[in-house]
Design a protein around this ligand. Structure first.
Ligand SMILES: [Zn+2]
Ligand SMILES: [Zn+2]
Length: 414
């Protein structure tokens, strides 16, 4: 079999810009911001890209920004040209940092432990790469700098603010791509899968209401503790007996709170946990099933249960054409070994799901373990000691730029 040599032009150009990409990443890392408003991070991005011919859009709900680059090859979204969206998230996590890095967080209780600092820097790097090629770009690139990924629905707010388009005169982009770094995946490997990539994640809280009293006379009380325990166990039976093993769901009760001492039966017990699912059908059914089960078990013992479900992100579903396209692009840029098909989804969640619900596209993982290290032993995302090999960041910028450039040229038919 004849294998094409990878086209190294983009990666070479990206490597020549490595210093700028890494400097931006470190500046963002040192000053992490949480939630939907990340003004200092947004300002750093604006300053880094101020010299480029980009059109900027902002909305009222977040500090998110869309930077638009109009290609100069005679096509635009009005005369049949394509548009493509690239997304990087900007927010950090409310947790301490223990990396000991010289550019570690200077904000107590906040850390970029999910790599969003790297995502933003790679996206800014892609903007530089694509601006340098703008005269030959056949269409429009929209760079989405998004805050509020860590549970704040930032992507949905930006969609609702109309920043991604959606009207007749300003249609949604034709494709959308995002990268997520993985510190415990092999150096420089790009990975993805068609269909569900990440799960829907909803929060559950179950309050079992009884009537407390003396621990020696439980018959004079309505003890919520054994009832809560029964619910915890029954939830696991519910998962295996009511849901198809080929369309998995996960329920974890991660917190149980009841009582204050050894000889008092408390009035109530509160369970908190997460529900994960990979299809909209299961997601909808899960909530109803949990409610029925908790209320039923409590009722059977003469107690009551109240179930509150707080909706998190929906399932992240990657378009199979976009994943094929990503695979071809990654191999063309970095060589045959660069792309890995994931056999299974990951039960984590990602608010890029909202974008992929409206626009065909894909999220890919990018392995950022140090070269030659035992990648499996590296600290994963959301660890206080999470680190990444910055040498991979130019590759991420090149991949984002390559996805956009090639999509504008050929659509998904790469
Ligand atoms: Zn995260
Ligand atoms: Zn993340």
């Amino acid at each position: 079999m004849v294998r094409a040599m990878p086209d190294t032009t983009l990666i070479d150009e990206a490597r020549s810009r490595a210093q700028g990409i890494i400097a931006l990443r470190r500046a963002i890392h040192a000053e992490p911001e949480l939630g939907l408003m990340t003004p200092r991070t947004s300002a750093k991005v604006r300053a880094a890209l101020a010299h480029l011919p980009l059109e900027w859009r902002e909305g009222p709900s977040t500090s998110g920004m869309i930077a638009i680059l109009k290609g100069g090859a005679g096509t635009n979204t009005r005369n049949g040209g394509r548009s493509v969206l690239l997304r990087g998230d900007m927010d950090a996590l409310p947790m301490p940092e223990e990396t000991g890095l010289p550019f570690a967080s200077t904000v107590a209780g906040a850390m970029h432990a999910c790599g969003h600092d790297a995502h933003t820097a790679m996206l800014a790097g892609a903007a530089e790469l694509l601006c340098a090629r703008s005269t030959s770009l056949k269409g429009e690139v929209r760079f989405m700098f998004q805050p509020g990924e860590e549970g704040f629905h930032g992507a949905r707010f930006m969609l609702d603010d109309g920043l991604l388009g959606g009207g007749l005169l300003d249609p949604l982009p034709d494709a959308a791509f995002a990268l997520h770094v993985m510190p415990n995946a092999p150096h420089g490997i790009v990975a993805g899968r068609a269909g569900p990539l990440l799960a829907a994640a909803d929060m559950i809280e179950i309050t079992v209401e009884g009537a407390g009293g003396h621990a020696s006379m439980p018959h004079q009380t309505r003890d919520p503790v054994p009832v809560a325990c029964e619910i915890v166990t029954a939830l696991q039976t519910l998962v295996t007996r009511q849901f198809n093993a080929h369309d998995p769901v996960v329920i974890t009760v991660a917190s149980i709170n009841a009582g204050s001492t050894h000889n008092v039966i408390p009035d109530r017990a509160v369970l908190r946990g997460t529900m994960r699912s990979l299809s909209a059908e299961n997601r909808a059914r899960l909530g109803d099933s949990v409610r029925l089960l908790a209320v039923g078990i409590a009722g059977a013992h003469g107690l009551t249960a109240e179930v509150t479900i707080e909706e998190g992100f929906p399932v992240t579903i990657c378009d199979s054409r976009a994943v094929d396209f990503g695979e071809v692009t990654a191999r063309a840029l970095f060589g045959e070994q660069a792309f890995l098909r994931l056999a299974d989804p990951i039960m984590g969640a990602e608010d890029f799901a909202y974008v992929l619900d409206k626009v065909p596209g894909a999220m890919f993982f990018l392995g950022v373990a140090p070269q030659g290290d035992n990648w499996a032993s590296c600290c994963g995302i959301h660890s206080t000691r999470m680190m990444l090999d910055e040498a991979v960041l130019p590759q991420g910028a090149a991949l984002l730029a390559g996805l956009a450039e090639r999509f504008l040229e050929t659509g998904f038919a790469a």
